[in-house]
Write a protein that binds this ligand. Structure first.
Ligand SMILES: Nc1ncnc2c1ncn2[C@@H]1O[C@H](COP(=O)(O)OP(=O)(O)O)[C@@H](O)[C@H]1O
Ligand SMILES: [Mg+2]
Length: 343
């Protein structure tokens, strides 16, 4: 399962997925993908991280042959997705925002059905189904119809269905969006296991924490463009480990505070209205320093907190709201809306 199949000798087998300059427009105005390129080395996990509407699903749909791009190219496990979609379908598994399962059937029946669609023999599909139900903690629910499954159980079954044919490359489109925290953690454990087994995985997510936990490399996209790439540690390092957030009673005070807090953390403080943020890897020590400096400047904050960087912080930092005036959307607003979902 760890290695890509030897179906095409012409390609570089150490790269399981490669995407080059994908462009996809909808209705001539929406550039859902605006020149996206990335690679996933075999046996690794790429987290495609971005807010709603960033282009994540569009990228997954192109890679899984469900959608043709306007231009660009994509290869999966050595197969040219656009030239040979049928062959591509044989090497991929897809789960997430697609309900590939049947409500009226039991968990076991669903998996056996997928097995038969994938031309597995009778004994093999029975065995594979039992194996997967066991692996995903669904053995007890094997003979219940999906109608009785919880949200978390459905996601696990959906994921199991994607794995019936043992695809070397797996696509998970926002696998945990909408799940309660407990189910999310359960699913992470299951995905972590797959990854340990060597499956190449492309995972899309809106959650930095999810990408952090599961991905070897993270590719941040927004407005159909890759805006940053790196390991979770590298992306976080850009922000420091934590954020000290100070709220002042008005923006004049906030401007004074922004000045006063220069050098208190890593990089320059950022300000949005009355709120000033200082990124730091020193946590509490920086909080103390911030308080000391505010006091020296005779500023009285109305709010003060130390928190983990959110996706919002990553976006604010990466897009440097205001400096990238080349785009049509007011980015800070988008970012703030996101943060509510995330935190
Ligand atoms: N079938 C479609 N028709 C028109 N616009 C679409 C369609 N699919 C996606 N879009 C638009 O393309 C952009 C990217 O969407 P999507 O790939 O679904 O983003 P994400 O999965 O990151 O939330 C959005 O602006 C979305 O509204
Ligand atoms: Mg999506």
């Amino acid at each position: 399962m760890a290695q890509a199949p030897t179906r095409s000798g012409s390609s570089n087998q150490s790269v399981a997925v490669s995407v080059d300059s994908l462009v996809k427009t909808f209705g001539g105005t929406v550039r859902a993908l605006d020149g996206v390129s990335f690679e996933i080395p075999t046996g690794t996990v790429l987290g495609l991280l971005g807010p709603n509407g960033a282009g994540k699903t569009t990228a997954v749909r192109v890679l899984t042959t469900l959608l043709r791009p306007d231009s660009g190219s994509a290869r999966v496990a050595g197969v040219d997705v656009l030239a040979d979609p049928e062959a591509a379908r044989r090497v991929i598994g897809l789960a997430g925002q697609y309900a590939a399962v049947d409500e009226a059937l039991t968990g076991a029946e669903n998996l056996r059905l997928v097995g038969s669609l994938n031309h597995l023999g009778r004994a093999e599909r029975r065995q594979r189904s039992e194996e997967l139900l066991e692996q995903f903690g669904l053995s007890d629910a094997a003979d219940r119809t999906l109608k009785t499954y919880s949200g978390g159980m459905r996601r696990r079954l959906d994921l199991a269905a994607a794995l019936v044919a043992r695809p070397p490359v797996l696509f998970l489109d926002e696998p945990t969006t909408g799940l309660d925290p407990r189910s999310r953690i359960d699913l992470w454990a299951v995905i972590g296991q797959l990854v340990a087994d060597g499956t190449t995985l492309l995972l899309t997510t809106q959650y930095l924490e999810e990408a952090d936990r599961l991905a070897d490399q993270i590719c941040v996209i927004d407005h159909g463009k890759v805006i940053a790439e790196g390991t979770a540690a590298e992306l976080k390092a850009k922000l420091g480990g934590t954020v000290v957030e100070v709220t002042l009673s008005n923006s004049d005070d906030a401007i004074t505070a922004e000045q006063a807090l220069k050098g208190a953390g890593e990089g320059a403080p950022t300000r949005e209205g009355e709120v000033v943020r200082v990124a730091t890897s020193a946590g509490p020590a920086t909080l103390t320093e911030v308080v000391r400096r505010l006091d020296a400047a005779e500023l009285e904050p109305t709010g003060l907190q130390l928190r983990q960087p959110s996706l919002d912080d990553v976006f604010l930092s990466l897009t440097g709201h205001g400096t990238s005036a080349d785009d049509e959307m007011p980015r800070p607003k988008r970012g703030r809306r996101k943060a509510k979902d995330v935190s």
